[in-house]
Design a binder for this molecule. Structure first.
Ligand SMILES: NC(=O)c1ccc[n+]([C@@H]2O[C@H](COP(=O)([O-])OP(=O)(O)OC[C@H]3O[C@@H](n4cnc5c(N)ncnc54)[C@H](OP(=O)(O)O)[C@@H]3O)[C@@H](O)[C@H]2O)c1
Length: 274
């Protein structure tokens, strides 16, 4: 039988490091934290930090989003374990240095950053009634021009283009989910700022850039996520994009409702929801 915890069930993907881990630790005294991560050691370490911060009932699940069968298994376990999910934070994300195609046949960046979270949210939809889906996007979305349905690896792969497209997809997903699932499920996307995390560590320029003063700690980067996870429903606009706790207009390409609709339909077909 699924359980009905008294505290809000808060599932955070990408919780084994960086922004997701910082948000999980910050929310630990107030929520039943469910960490999702890929690396077993980092995940164990994050779970210990959450427990130490007051999250005595926290749980951790390992899942590699490069494999959609693993995402389906994760959704089945969460579905069986929790009667409701109050917050689903789709936060896992990567910048992929080289063109990589997953076993599902999709380009790795779009699969990890968009399709996996899209699938997980859809599979947990009935558990999310009365809850919210918060997605970690990025200011980098402004360079995105995603083509709905074109989820394969292009002949000419460019890592930042793939990343920007996936972050644009995060905002389009958020808008379309608000339209389809509102008001039962609230949604929001946000930019965490430039964060000194493990993100982009395999890129020497990004590693250097992280020493610059404009970069903030994962704890600071997690603030908008924590706020969106705990704010009263009327305090933010469902479907909106947030930066430092304030609503921002995303790029025109990330505000295109027709593209949002097509992205949803093509994504659903691609991941086997249709
Ligand atoms: N850092 C920035 O400046 C910045 C700026 C804007 C937006 N963001 C976004 O913020 C989010 C969190 O990034 P971060 O800065 O906290 O980076 P991070 O420290 O590298 O954390 C990334 C998280 O995503 C997980 N992840 C990566 N690949 C995965 C996969 N194949 N399957 C499942 N989980 C996977 C990682 O899991 P493991 O650790 O277990 O491998 C980790 O928990 C990302 O969506 C990123 O795009 C970051």
């Amino acid at each position: 039988m699924p359980s009905t915890p008294s505290r809000p069930v808060t599932v955070i993907t990408g919780a084994s490091a960086g922004i997701g881990r910082a948000a999980a630790v910050e929310l630990a005294p107030r929520a039943e934290i469910v960490l999702v991560g890929r690396d077993p050691e980092r995940l164990d370490d994050a779970l210990a930090a959450v427990v130490a911060a007051g999250g005595h009932d926290a749980a951790a699940y390992r899942c590699d989003f490069a494999d959609l069968a693993a995402v389906r298994d994760l959704a089945a376990v969460l579905h069986a374990t929790y009667e409701r999910v109050d917050v689903l934070a789709c936060n896992a994300g990567v910048l992929v240095p080289k063109a990589t195609t997953t076993t599902d046949g999709f380009e790795l960046t779009v699969q990890v950053n968009h399709l996996a979270g899209f699938l997980l949210a859809n599979l947990l939809r009935d558990r999310l009634t009365g809850g919210r889906v918060i997605t970690t996007s990025s200011g980098a979305h402004i360079g995105g021009r995603i083509e709905p349905g074109a989820f394969g690896t292009p002949a000419k792969y460019r890592r930042w283009k793939a990343y920007a497209d996936s972050k644009q997809a995060n905002i389009l997903f958020t808008r379309e989910a608000a339209r389809r699932w509102g008001p039962e499920v609230l949604t929001a996307a946000f930019h965490p700022g430039a964060v000194r995390s493990r993100f982009g560590d395999d890129n020497p320029f990004f590693r250097l850039a992280k020493r610059l003063p404009g970069f903030v700690s994962p704890e600071t980067g997690a603030k908008t996520l924590v706020w969106l996870a705990t704010a009263a429903p009327g305090d933010f606009t469902s479907g909106g994009y947030y930066v430092r706790g304030k609503r921002h207009a995303p790029s025109a390409a990330a505000s295109d409702d027709e593209v949002a609709h097509e992205l949803w339909e093509s994504g659903a077909k691609a991941v086997g929801l249709r």
